[in-house]
Write a protein that binds this ligand. Structure first.
Ligand SMILES: C[S@@+](CC[C@H](N)C(=O)[O-])C[C@H]1O[C@@H](n2cnc3c(N)ncnc32)[C@H](O)[C@@H]1O
Length: 246
């Protein structure tokens, strides 16, 4: 445990949206019937063995997976890795369930809902604020963390709401293994400068970029997200910042 580590308050304040448009029939059934099968149990201690039914090579976490495209794509590409996805927004969780089961609005719902053929059962979902899961996560638990297009909270008076902040960085440093990766993507100018500054101040991480190409272009195993596509449509160029846990 890092010397400076301390538990954050039990119920951290969350400022984003928990629900959006009405969740229609198929997705509500997925939330009710399929989510419990892939959801992280509140009561069991967090361990590789408790999370996955087979031995996994690594554990990766995606924080705020949105509609789940990147998480679903990574999990399909790496069947031997276990993925934890955390998302507060219920509509996003429902969308990820739709991606991994193939069930869409208007489909006839099968008696038994299962993963799409060819998919490994390597995704576990935490449908709440990741900071609550950090409280029960052991040290050195994760190999990679993805934080893609976090809410920028661009106004100065909202800066304390930004996910990249000293408290969360301390937690990320605690739960990431040495040599592990923290990947942050953003399309927002304010958030980019904020992140570069915060990360520069943080003694636990090293920026791995050696030239502009390293952070202005998508990494090799990248899967585009909804926010990224929106940013590109609107003329903003995302950056991809990879940090190594020292
Ligand atoms: C701007 S969206 C980006 C979504 C997705 N990563 C993408 O690129 O399309 C940020 C997401 O992070 C989620 N989020 C923000 N803070 C979170 C937290 N503390 N724990 C889990 N999810 C969080 C929000 O609910 C929101 O869906």
């Amino acid at each position: 445990m890092l010397p400076e580590h301390r538990f954050i308050s039990d119920k951290p304040k969350f400022f984003g949206r928990r629900k959006g448009r009405i969740i229609r029939k198929a997705k509500s059934v997925l939330l009710e019937k399929f989510l419990p099968r892939v959801q992280i149990s509140e009561s069991a201690p967090l361990s590789k063995e408790n999370l996955f039914d087979f031995p996994v090579r690594e554990i990766c976490l995606e924080i705020g997976f949105g509609s789940g495209e990147h998480l679903a794509g990574q999990a399909l590409a790496h069947p031997d890795i276990g993925f934890i996805g955390a998302e507060v927004f219920q509509n996003g969780v429902a969308n990820l369930l739709s991606l991994i089961t193939g069930i869409k609005e208007g489909d006839n719902l099968p008696e038994q809902i299962s993963l799409l053929p060819g998919r490994t059962d390597n995704i576990r979902i935490f449908a709440d604020d990741i900071r609550l899961l950090f409280q029960k996560m052991p040290d050195n638990f994760l190999d990679r963390v993805f934080l893609l297009f976090p809410d920028p909270w661009p106004k100065k008076r909202h800066a304390s709401r930004r996910f990249i902040n000293p408290d969360n960085l301390r937690e990320l440093a605690r739960v990431l293994k040495k040599g592990g990766l923290l990947r942050i993507a953003t399309d927002h100018k304010v958030y980019k400068s904020w992140t570069l500054h915060q990360m520069h101040q943080c003694p636990f991480f090293r920026w791995t970029a050696t030239c502009g190409n390293d952070w202005k272009h998508e990494p090799a195993d990248w899967v585009q997200t909804k926010y990224q596509r929106k940013a590109i449509r609107e003329g903003r160029r995302p950056v991809f910042l990879d940090y190594e846990r020292l």
